[in-house]
Design a protein around this ligand. Sequence first.
Ligand SMILES: [Zn+2]
Ligand SMILES: [Zn+2]
Length: 336
Amino acid sequence: MDDLQFGVRNARGDWAPNGPNLIAPFYRLPWQPAEILGWLKGYFLPWNVSWMALAALYWFFLTPDVATLQTLSPGWVLLLLLRNSLAVLLFYGAMELRLYIQRKQGTQFKYNHRFPGDHRSNAFLFKSQALDGIIRTFGTGVPIWTAYEVLILWCYANGYGPWSVLHQTPVWFVVFWLLVPIWHEFHFYCIHRLIHIPVLYKYVHSVHHRSVNPSPWSSLSMHPVEQALYFSSSLLHLLLPSHPLIALYQLNFAGMGAIVGHIGFDRILTGDDKAMDTHAYVHYLHHKYFEVNYGDGSVPLDRIFGSWHDGTKAGDELLEGRRKKRRDKWAADTPA
Ligand SMILES: [Zn+2]
Ligand SMILES: [Zn+2]
């Protein structure tokens, strides 16, 4: 598959897709049914359906029964930690292996032509972006994720919180289940803006931004404070009527879904003439430019607050305009 049919490559070898990044079509008038249908397809496929299926697998087959969950004990807590770690190892590891170690598709559809593994940097533990990410992912990321899961399941088993069951509130169950990605996005936007406040950026979020050219192990490569904030989206399930199946989907959406913006490739080749869209470009631009795309456009907050970058030259110019305005203001405020 020729990636130049779908985008352009600059003189450095960095590839960018044709056409602008668009916020969700619901926020643009007039509504275009074909565009909304296309967006809805991308809302479910390929990622969200995968996290839903994983949540169902966990709840029905890989979570202890309610009687066991009622009492905290190291046995089942470690079991959850092990299954979450194994899922991350298999999924993140498969992406890293295929795209960054075996380099099965070279730089086809790759935003940044460089592979982080070719460039050792003092910014990372052991001078390796991948090793740094692996240590932070398994050292604190998955344990913090699992701690939220343990809290939620323990509360459910003991009847703490407004839990409902499917047969009592089927409509609400479906609505909440469908809104999991939207809530994730809204919550992520809010905590993300918060940790871009200079002092929090310096001590917390800068760890994640060391990956200017993100790769799969960058996904959960965060300071523990950021990881704790990031997975706190799951606490909504202790406040609104929910079900563990939806709470597990929320946690998988955050934990497994973190990889989506950090793959570094626009498409993953799956056959001679077939490829899977990754939806990674919006967040890639955040890592590249730092002050754009705090969310991914499924909630229009970046557009409302002027930080949306659509990936085009016009987006570059808007960003440069904002930076110039800030420089001018800083110069005007600074005594001569
Ligand atoms: Zn990121
Ligand atoms: Zn950021």
